[in-house]
Design a protein around this ligand. Structure first.
Ligand SMILES: Cc1ncc(COP(=O)(O)O)c(C=O)c1O
Length: 410
């Protein structure tokens, strides 16, 4: 099982975009979200997991209310990184379990999280651990926590971005003993286990299993050394999306089968294993559609300038990659003069911003693209709008179109 292919929907999306184009004067600029595909995908990802696993949605990937509502129906809970996200999570579902992580939580956030009955707090430093105890004591509450550990490595694979290398995340592994002793000495803290999220955009299921086996080794070692009972291991998110080759995606079914075997080999059936995935759940359901406003050749290169820009969809700049897209040809042409376009050319797709960094894809071969066609960026449902600097240049925001059996326009 792979994430749904966004290509399956291209004809339907082209029709919706054509209709919109006929109905409006302004160039198209919209996010489209396929809620049916999202629902099916999340339901299947959850269903394939072994029984001791729980899937939380890392809502930082996309906290749009419709997306949250849809995802919430099929996951075991939501992972949040701020009080603002707790409030959005509660708006999506009153009762869904919420777990709270992230470096630099304020006292107000810790207090708010406890008030909002979060199921687990992920504690990222010794100072934060003392503050959680202090605040929980003042509220006369006992708070369940995981210690987020920044593992030293070396890891069974090379490309880890969040741990094994100096970053601001988690408690340095050499301090794990001190953190455990401190947590055990706090009367208002219940230490449930560890949070070990260490990477981003894992594309290979076998490598991911190796990483999880490494996590088990670590946790078993700490349990033995410090005589603690670990009820929960949060293995984080980081399941990737292959933007460079959209036909080759993370094989979740193979991973889930391998995970069942691993859990049984390591006798971990009684340990609750939490996943907090963002990208893998929502990327495929989202599209960013941007109409071509101009095409020009500068210094020998074709530039295609679209309505909108990376202030709406920052992911390609943030990751410095060529974002996958399709060209939706539109036959509407309103001017009395020639329509400009280019065929069989390498083009660079850019937005309206006044910076040469406003690039979605560079030197990509297209069969044909013309002014007033629409460029449809695929896999735009995670870390798209959510990470973008929306008001730079004060352009209007893109509209949102939600596709269910009947599309909902807002
Ligand atoms: C602590 C933590 N958990 C989960 C995630 C979600 O990661 P992904 O979207 O790669 O699954 C992130 C992403 O930054 C994170 O920092």
């Amino acid at each position: 099982m792979n994430p749904p292919s966004p290509l399956n929907l291209l004809n339907q999306l082209a029709r919706i975009i054509e209709e919109k184009k006929r109905a409006q004067e302004q160039p198209i600029c919209a996010y489209l979200y396929d809620l049916d595909a999202l629902r099916r995908h999340v339901e299947e990802v959850t269903r394939l997991l072994p029984p001791s696993c729980r899937l939380f949605y890392a809502m930082k990937a996309n906290s749009d209310a419709e997306i949250l509502k849809t995802v919430s129906e099929h996951v075991h809970g939501l992972e949040v990184a701020s009080l603002g996200e707790v409030i959005k999570a509660r708006a999506a579902s009153e009762r869904i379990p919420v777990i709270f992580g992230g470096p630099g939580k304020t006292d107000a956030e810790i207090r708010g999280a406890i008030e909002q009955q979060v199921a687990l707090l992920h504690v990222e430093s010794l100072h934060e651990l003392k503050r959680v105890e202090h605040i929980a004591a003042s509220m006369n509450r006992i708070v369940s926590i995981l210690l987020r550990i920044n593992l030293s490595g070396p890891f069974p694979q090379a490309t880890l971005a969040m741990a094994g290398t100096p970053t601001q995340f988690g408690i340095d592994e050499p301090l794990v003993g001190e953190a455990i002793q401190l947590a055990l000495s706090c009367p208002h803290i219940s230490l449930e286990g560890f949070h070990l999220h260490s990477l981003s955009n894992q594309l290979d299921w076998r490598s991911h299993l190796e990483l999880l086996a490494y996590y088990f080794d670590k946790v078993d070692g700490w349990s033995e050394q410090y005589g603690i009972n670990v009820s929960t291991i949060n293995v984080g998110g980081g399941i990737g999306v292959n933007y460079a080759d959209i036909h080759s995606q993370f094989a979740w079914n193979d991973f889930a089968d391998g995970l069942s075997r691993l859990i049984s080999e390591r006798n971990k059936e009684g340990t609750s294993m939490l996943f907090e995935c963002g990208r893998f759940l929502t990327a495929a359901c989202g599209y960013y559609a941007a109409e071509v406003i101009d095409i020009k050749k500068n210094h020998g290169k074709h530039f295609v300038i679209v309505r909108g820009g990376t202030h709406h969809f920052r992911l390609p700049v943030s990751w410095q990659h060529n974002h996958p897209f399709a060209v939706i040809p539109l036959d509407t042409w309103k001017y009395p003069f020639e329509r400009k376009g280019t065929t069989d050319s390498d083009v660079t797709i850019v937005g309206q911003l006044c910076t040469p960094k406003d690039v979605f894809a560079r030197d990509v071969l297209v069969d044909r693209i013309r002014i007033s066609d629409v460029v449809l960026f695929l896999y735009a449902g995670a870390y798209g709008w959510a990470i973008s600097h929306h008001d730079f240049l004060s352009h209007p925001h893109p509209e949102r179109i939600y596709l269910e059996s009947t599309p909902v326009l807002t």
